[in-house]
Design a protein around this ligand. Structure first.
Ligand code: UT7
Length: 324
């Protein structure tokens, strides 16, 4: 029997504190009008003092496990996509493991910035298909606002904190892709573009964690091209067209990037899940946050084809096609 990784539960968590564009405009030379028109973002959630990435990840994981009806102790693989770990080491995934009371398992972080969740999903899928894991928790969690330079209006207005998680379990595959689960994933990176989106610090360079630096227009251009290209790559591989896709769940960076990607793919805007307006760019957390919202409000239905599509610093990008 061939194995397919089924998504059997999802969950998400946003910190309580909401900061609107108008509040940012009180401390910064910006405006609600500029932020909304350039990015579609209206507000972001910001973690409380002492609330860490592991806390956000834990809350989202608890909800995903409850949704799956699984005990945490059944999990044998935990992969956490994050670029804002609690500490340089140990992996934040191992902290989440301890918080969930999971004993022996495999737990590690993946660092692919905003593509972290898609990277984690692909790695977990491969573990399951190689029968090295049966049940996996894949999380995207960030306290991204901690690495923002609050004096750089070109970046600080665009990001927020949050977490999302899914539970994967080994299920049965079929030949025609009708059985639920992850049908394909494709990952890419191109390190020649390290310098268009990066953090200007780190343990080996400055011994501080540093702040986000971004060449916005260049990132924008690559984001639309790469996010569309990797979706087309999976469609080609599966012999599908864009008309077969029920929902595109892109990384929630900027409404204009999502619109541009949908236009390039000839995908009607009604089939794109957009949540960026209420949580801003939460990096690795944005795709599972959007996925959870669309599952919870009933948009995503059993049997549908859902395409997850991410892009971030590295540059990294990737997509995953899921039969729901
Ligand atoms: O996960 C991927 C993460 N990255 C992204 O999502 C970012 C991708 N890039 C973008 O979304 C866009 O490039 C931005 C939203 C960052 C910027 O939009 P833009 O249309 O490319 O604007 P711009 O950078 O060309 O800036 C236009 C003007 C500039 O003023 P001048 O030089 O024309 O006088 C900026 O200084 O807007 C100014 N500006 C602002 N004004 C008010 C930049 N940030 C702000 C701000 N409020 N927050």
């Amino acid at each position: 029997m061939d194995v397919r990784s089924q998504i059997i539960g999802c969950g998400s968590y946003l910190p309580d504190r909401i900061v609107t564009n108008a509040e940012l405009a009180e401390q910064l030379d910006t405006s609600d009008e500029w932020i909304t028109s350039r990015s579609g973002i209206r507000q972001r959630h910001i973690a409380a003092d002492g609330e860490l990435t592991s806390d956000l990840a834990f809350r989202a994981s608890e909800r995903a496990l409850a949704d799956a009806g699984m005990a945490a102790t059944d999990v044998d693989l935990i992969i956490l996509g994050t670029t804002t770990p609690d500490n340089t080491f140990p992996a934040t995934a191992t902290k989440v493991q301890a918080m969930l009371g999971i004993g022996d398992a495999v737990a590690f972080d993946v660092q692919a910035v905003c593509t972290g969740f898609v990277y984690g999903l692909s790695v977990a899928d491969n573990f399951i298909k190689a029968r090295q894991a049966e049940t996996a928790l894949v999380i995207g969690a960030e306290t991204f606002t901690r690495i923002l330079d609050w004096e750089d209006r070109g970046t600080c207005v665009l990001f927020g904190d949050g977490a999302g998680a899914v539970v994967l379990r080994a299920g049965e595959a079929d030949a025609d892709g009708k059985a639920p689960g992850i049908l394909s994933t494709r990952l890419h990176s191109d390190g020649r573009y390290n310098d268009v989106l990066y953090v200007d610090g780190g343990p080996s360079s400055t011994k501080t964690s540093g702040f986000v630096r971004m060449a916005g227009k260049e990132v924008f251009r690559h984001a639309v091209a790469n996010m569309a290209a990797v979706v087309e790559e999976i469609l080609g591989e599966r012999g599908l067209t864009i008309d077969d896709i029920d929902w595109l769940i892109p990384h929630q960076a900027n409404k204009r990037i999502l619109d541009g990607t949908a236009r390039k793919l000839n995908l009607p805007a009604e089939r794109v899940v957009v949540t960026v307006e209420h949580h801003a760019n939460t990096s690795a957390a944005s795709i599972p946050l959007a996925l959870d919202e669309a599952v919870r409000d009933g948009r995503i239905q059993s049997g549908q084809l859902v395409m997850l599509d991410g892009m971030g610093g590295g540059l990294t990008w990737g997509a995953g096609l899921v039969r729901w």
